[in-house]
Design a binder for this molecule. Sequence first.
Ligand code: PLP
Length: 491
Amino acid sequence: MLPYKNLLFIDKSSHVAVFKQIAAQLIKLIQEGKLLPGTGIPSTRSLAFDLDLHRKTAVAAYELLIAEDWIISVPRKGYLVSPQLPVVKPRSFNTNRKAAYETEPGFQFDQLQDIISPLSNVLKTDLVIDDGFPDISLLPAGAMSNLYKRALDEHALKSMASGWDMKGSPDFRTALCGFLNQTRGLDIRMENLLTTRGAQMAIFVAASLIIKPGDKVIVSEPSYFFANTIFEHFGAELIRVPVDDHGMCTDTLEDLLSKHRVKLLYVIPHHHHPTTVTMSKERRTHLLRLIKAYQLAVIEDDYDYDFQFQYDPYLPLASGDHEGNIIYIGSLTKVLGTPFRLGYMVAPEKFIHAAAKKRMLIDLRGDVFTEQVVSGLVENGDLTRLIQKANKLYRGRCHHLSDILSSELGDALKFTRPGGGMALWLKFKADLPLAKVIGKAAPMGLKFTGSVYAEGSRAKYNALRFGFASQEEKQLEQAVEILRLSINKLR
Ligand SMILES: Cc1ncc(COP(=O)(O)O)c(C=O)c1O
């Protein structure tokens, strides 16, 4: 028998009734494993004697414990800790003590800057417009569930468990290698490929290997918020180069390169985020020249290359002559949908090897299971069919949205219809800060989500990124109507 006299403390000055104090402390002993299921506990008489209490108090404590299923009363055996312990309800008794995780930690840590989620108060009736997400209803669900079933087979699972590779599933990398060589004119082997949980992780890993505090990193202005945040996280000083209708201004870039020691350049040549501009051929050629002249490390973020509405899209910069200086990053999350976190990095083998070691530190084995399933989709052609189907649908949605915006809001907005991608960049003709427009639209049931909106009060845009891919035409029409009303309220 445990020494209850020393284990249970009664605080007579507390406003918590004594029987509740006893019950709470006995529960704690059970939760901590000091009293195991099936263990006998003292009779009420003996407990009252030990603790110098009226027996009725001990009886009340036990009644409470029985009511909550912590203990049972067994004829001729007395009281036992319940063999089936209840779901833990640690705060059903007010012991006046704070739960451990309700206090602030006593140690110092980096709290990171705020990332505001505009989606905290979404109602079921709200219409949510993203800044360029795919339509998940296009997923070949039947084919995928067969592939999931196949991957769950014991042999398949065993081979995934034992055939682990630090750069990602070999089957997936082989399939992806073929897919990227075919669709992007790359000439890579699987040694040039690392899989990640989304393009975001690939940018993080690449940046972590290159940037040291104080290094200068060139980004576009505006740029993808979460990439800038990564670079700043590693202590980079950001130098911003404007983006015009032909992409990043490479003349300005050349000027900056001649004046500063630049460690890294981050570019988004296809459907730039957030402006959706595609970099012109002349700028691409100029940029490749600069990369070689300065032996500049470059992250080419090609997050939505697969969505091209024209027949002759430009190939990625990475397919050109860059002497191994471009780290090419892409995402299958943009094809399959946001619930699937799958991205990749392409680079010379030596860099991929270092990146694989770095990735291991944050994601030891990667998502081998999803990679196995998706390699099946690549091999059986379903991924290509999905992309073709999506392109057709998204092209129609892009045109439809552009048409209704021109007719309903042509006097308030200007935009250029992109040749691909999943969003439109709508510039307000008048001074209408994004935060104000969002503020007016929300009470009317139109909410916006995506990285552009995550910037919160830091966002300086006099523009809005409107994703068209994930919404049906009818929803796009409803959203435009609310947007029109919101803008009118501000004019
Ligand atoms: C420009 C850009 N790069 C990278 C990412 C991250 O992609 P993923 O979802 O694959 O991590 C996004 C996501 O929206 C993006 O817009």
